[in-house]
Design a protein around this ligand. Structure first.
Ligand SMILES: O=C(O)CCC(=O)C(=O)O
Length: 261
């Protein structure tokens, strides 16, 4: 994690990193998601996810995000899930503001700074494959809310979830990544999603969810990938997804960059 990234992540609770993907990485991922989007999600045992193609699986340890994932988890990362999203204007309601502290209890999530490094036990990386422009809708964040000490009053910021053009409170920021950009967000940072406006374009991105390797956040069926899916993954990804003890050092973590075998 660079000192600039560390400063901005600590300040805002998220990072918007531009042009993370090379032209080739972006093209391969876009082709994969296009193939995946042609299959109905109910025909895929776990819906649309990162295991669909190696180009998507490789993003779990992308050279730009890998040092960030390692630092934030204090070198004890575990990939929990990876879902592909294809969102169109047909979704008529916004995703309300939420964060893991509000959803799961303040005791469950941590954001700390120790020895000049940031620790956070629940983070998300959004890899974008299509462009988002101001006015399109999409991701909203409340910068700085990862450090909030007070319960957010009910309905603060937005109450009508079906309003396609709500007036945003000045504390809220609409993030507009372009294809190839990545957003890294602490799950402690309050966020929501505006209704997608364009009728001729959709919003395509990959959600990668990381926790610490000893953090149990099992939500039943939703968090369990089949043996068949796990067997398809490269050994490096299987290691990234494994639960381990507090003391165990994963082999992949010792590497600055990880190529899938
Ligand atoms: O759709 C998005 O941009 C964000 C999804 C979201 O809120 C989440 O994964 O927690």
């Amino acid at each position: 994690m660079t000192s600039k990234q560390r400063y901005l992540f600590d300040l805002n609770g998220y990072l918007h990193i531009k042009n993370v993907l090379s032209d080739e990485e972006l093209r391969e991922a876009q082709e994969a998601i296009e193939r995946c989007a042609r299959i109905s999600p109910d025909q895929l045992p776990h819906g649309r996810n990162f295991a669909f193609d190696k180009s998507l699986e490789a993003l779990t340890m992308h050279p730009v995000t890998w040092p960030i994932v390692k630092e934030l988890t204090d070198d004890k990362p575990r990939l929990n899930r990876g879902s592909l999203v294809v969102e169109t204007h047909e979704k008529q309601t916004m995703t309300p503001f939420h964060c893991a502290r509000e959803d799961c209890g303040w005791q469950t999530r941590r954001y700390e700074v120790r020895n000049g490094r940031i620790f956070c036990n629940d983070i998300i990386a959004f890899f974008y494959f299509t462009d988002v422009y101001p006015g399109d809708g999409g991701l909203l964040v409340l910068p700085g809310s990862h450090k909030s000490e007070f319960q957010r009053p009910d309905g603060l910021f937005l109450s009508d979830l079906e309003d396609p053009n709500p007036v945003l409170h000045s504390a809220i920021k609409n993030i507009t990544p372009r294809a190839g950009d990545v957003i890294v967000l602490s799950e402690l940072t309050t966020h929501g999603v505006l209704i997608w406006q364009p009728k001729d374009r959709d919003r395509r991105f990959l959600i990668l969810r990381y926790k610490t390797q000893y953090f149990q956040d099992h939500r039943g069926e939703r968090d369990t990938y089949s043996r068949e899916l796990m067997d398809k993954l490269s050994p490096e990804t299987q290691e990234l997804m494994s639960y381990e003890s507090y003391w165990h050092d994963k082999e992949i973590v010792k590497r600055e960059t990880v190529d899938l075998s």
